[in-house]
Write a protein that binds this ligand. Structure first.
Ligand SMILES: [Zn+2]
Length: 297
């Protein structure tokens, strides 16, 4: 299923491909949940397909069948689990690119979150970027181009993957997602919202929002602690809600010193959540709530 907000970019890419101006290294930059993975997967399948239409895979040929089975010998995907992409992974890609294609056509490498490359890995990739080979394509994604060396950026065609919030609002509504007041904060991350929907987490996210906006009056944090312990990625979401709430409080007359104090407590909470192994979430939340209450009195 094509995602409507990616259509115009996809058409541009298909056009440049038909004009034989398709760059061998394409870098897609954008927020988590904007659809970069979807985009590079579709492009990879289109590049490998024997009879693509507008760079879209036909879905029937041998290549498409191999892609559907996840066993295409001419496609390599690097999707990081850990904190960094090391030099061995990049050498593996180079090796893969330098060998001839099994299906007498193109070879495609997908390198996701390439801002996680170590310096040695980036240097190794640079060599591959500098010496493009015919029918070899590198599709890269990243969440912040500022984290990439300029030497890498200058050797890629860089695209910003963005959303049109009116399109995504419609799209989310078509998935029967209720119009929560906080949805606007994730306007650029529709697939993240869709993921919460699929995993039945929207109710939990909504609770986080309520806790964040009413933290001053809340007495029992066990539900909040349970939600955050169950899915650690929601700590950032909770922090985002709190940040927004504090900004609103500031506009409504909260004094700046208290605002700063609250922001510092929130930063500490965020830092501890990702750096302290076996953090006592219950205690961390109580401490945070205490500071926030003091600052809002
Ligand atoms: Zn095909």
């Amino acid at each position: 299923m094509p995602l409507p907000w990616l259509e115009s970019l996809y058409q541009q890419l298909a056009h440049s491909f038909s004009q034989q101006r398709f760059h061998h290294a394409q870098l897609f930059n954008g927020d988590k949940g904007v659809g970069k993975q979807h985009l590079v997967d579709s492009l990879a399948d289109g590049l490998l397909c024997a009879s693509p239409v507008q760079l879209r895979a036909c879905g029937h040929c041998k290549s498409c069948q191999l892609n559907q089975a996840g066993t295409h010998p001419d496609k390599r995907i690097v999707r990081v689990d850990g904190q960094t992409i090391g030099v061995d992974e990049i050498r593996d890609i180079t090796h893969f690119i330098n060998h001839s294609a099994a299906q007498n056509g193109n070879k495609v490498v997908v390198l996701e979150q390439c801002h996680k490359m170590t310096t040695a890995a980036a240097n190794a990739l640079l060599k591959t970027l500098e010496e493009p080979s015919l029918n070899r394509y590198l599709l890269l994604t990243c969440e912040q181009t500022a984290l990439l060396p300029a030497t890498i950026l200058s050797r890629c065609a860089v695209h910003e993957v963005k959303v049109d919030s009116s399109i995504t609002t419609q799209w989310l509504a078509s998935l029967s997602i209720p119009n929560y007041s906080w949805l606007a904060l994730f306007a650029s991350q529709p697939l993240l919202v869709e993921q919460w929907h699929k995993e039945h987490q929207l109710g939990s996210v909504d609770l986080l929002y309520k806790f964040a906006t009413e933290i001053k009056d809340s007495h029992n944090f066990s539900t909040l602690v349970d939600i955050l312990n169950k899915d650690h990625s929601l700590v950032n979401v909770f922090a985002l809600f709190l940040t927004e709430h504090l900004k609103t409080q500031l506009v409504l007359g909260m004094d700046f010193f208290s605002y700063q104090k609250a922001q510092t407590a929130l930063s500490e909470f965020l830092y501890n959540s990702s750096h302290v192994l076996g953090l006592n979430m219950s205690l961390a939340i109580s401490q945070l709530a205490l500071t926030l209450r003091e600052s809002q009195n």
